[in-house]
Design a protein around this ligand. Structure first.
Ligand SMILES: NC(=O)c1ccc[n+]([C@@H]2O[C@H](COP(=O)([O-])OP(=O)(O)OC[C@H]3O[C@@H](n4cnc5c(N)ncnc54)[C@H](O)[C@@H]3O)[C@@H](O)[C@H]2O)c1
Length: 259
């Protein structure tokens, strides 16, 4: 049976755990050869071994997204392994959870460097091989906090920036048949946020009254990575159970008896 990503090669940053790991599993099941790239070596290697044991194609490469030399190694691994690169998922991300007053310059720069500069370095490193092999799809994992003022200013700025980078890259690479889109998830409980006090209030505010799952985010990555989205580029796609659509007004409507 033909799978949606047969013959494709995908590189997923932060693929060792959380949403990135779910994306690696789904894309591999859909026929892609997946290069899992992460600073978490043990987790990434274990996932690649697990997928390989299932008869799927997966490898691991150590990658710090802030390091241009690591990017050259990762893209070089795709070239040596399969001679091509079709899908790049810029999923790696960190959060520092502090206010402007509480954020020192180093913490600010670290978040921007991983979440935004990391994606820039990835697009720059991957585009050459993608162009050579006929184009592809780049998916940047932003956040629904890229539509409002989240309480972590560095994280919020980085995710707004990723939406802008997505549009610029989509314009630059359209002629090369590379599509570039952003996904903006709402709350998904992972290692990134599992201890945060805001989980329950966020769930209560979400119109669908739950958090999302890594597997639900992975389905949108698959859609944007595959030919099913062949006329879509330069766009951002919110996936958050209705939070951005109007959670604040819905709360007002409920409190005033309209709903
Ligand atoms: N969890 C949520 O509620 C949520 C909501 C919106 C957006 N996001 C975004 O989704 C993405 C995935 O997050 P998650 O929820 O799976 O969290 P996670 O912490 O489980 O996964 C993040 C991954 O990125 C990797 N990473 C961190 N720094 C790196 C670096 N310098 N180089 C390479 N890899 C690095 C981590 O090792 C980890 O594997 C992130 O970009 C995050 O900002 C998460």
């Amino acid at each position: 049976m033909t799978k949606r990503l047969d013959g494709r090669v995908a590189l997923i940053t932060g693929g060792g755990r959380g949403q990135g790991a779910a994306e690696a599993r789904l894309l591999a099941r859909e026929g892609a050869a997946v290069l899992i790239a992460d600073v978490l070596v043990a987790e990434g290697e274990a996932l690649a071994a697990d997928l390989s044991a299932q008869g799927l194609e997966a490898r691991f490469v150590a990658l710090d997204v802030t390091d241009p030399a690591d990017w050259e190694t990762a893209v070089g691994t795709c070239r040596a392994w399969k001679g091509r690169l079709d899908i790049l998922v810029n999923n790696a991300g960190i959060i520092n959870r502090s206010t402007i007053a509480g954020t020192d310059l180093g913490a600010w720069e670290r978040v921007l460097r991983v979440n935004l500069t990391g994606a820039f370095l990835g697009i720059r490193a991957a585009a050459g091989l993608m162009v050579e092999t006929g184009g592809g799809s780049i998916v940047n994992i932003s956040s629904n906090s890229a539509f409002s003022g989240h309480s972590d200013p560095a994280y919020t700025a980085s995710k707004w920036g990723l939406r802008g980078l997505t549009r610029s890259a989509a314009m630059e690479f359209a002629d090369a048949n590379i599509r570039v889109n952003a996904i903006c998830p709402g709350l998904v409980v992972t290692e990134l946020n599992k201890d945060s006090p805001h989980l329950q209030p966020m769930i209560e505010m979400t119109p669908m009254r739950r958090s999302g799952t890594p597997e639900e985010i992975a389905e949108l990555v698959l859609f944007l990575a595959s030919d099913a989205s062949s006329f879509m580029t330069g766009e951002d796609f919110v996936i958050d159970g209705g939070f951005t659509a109007g959670a604040a007004y819905r709360r007002v409507a409920r409190e005033t008896g309209i709903f």
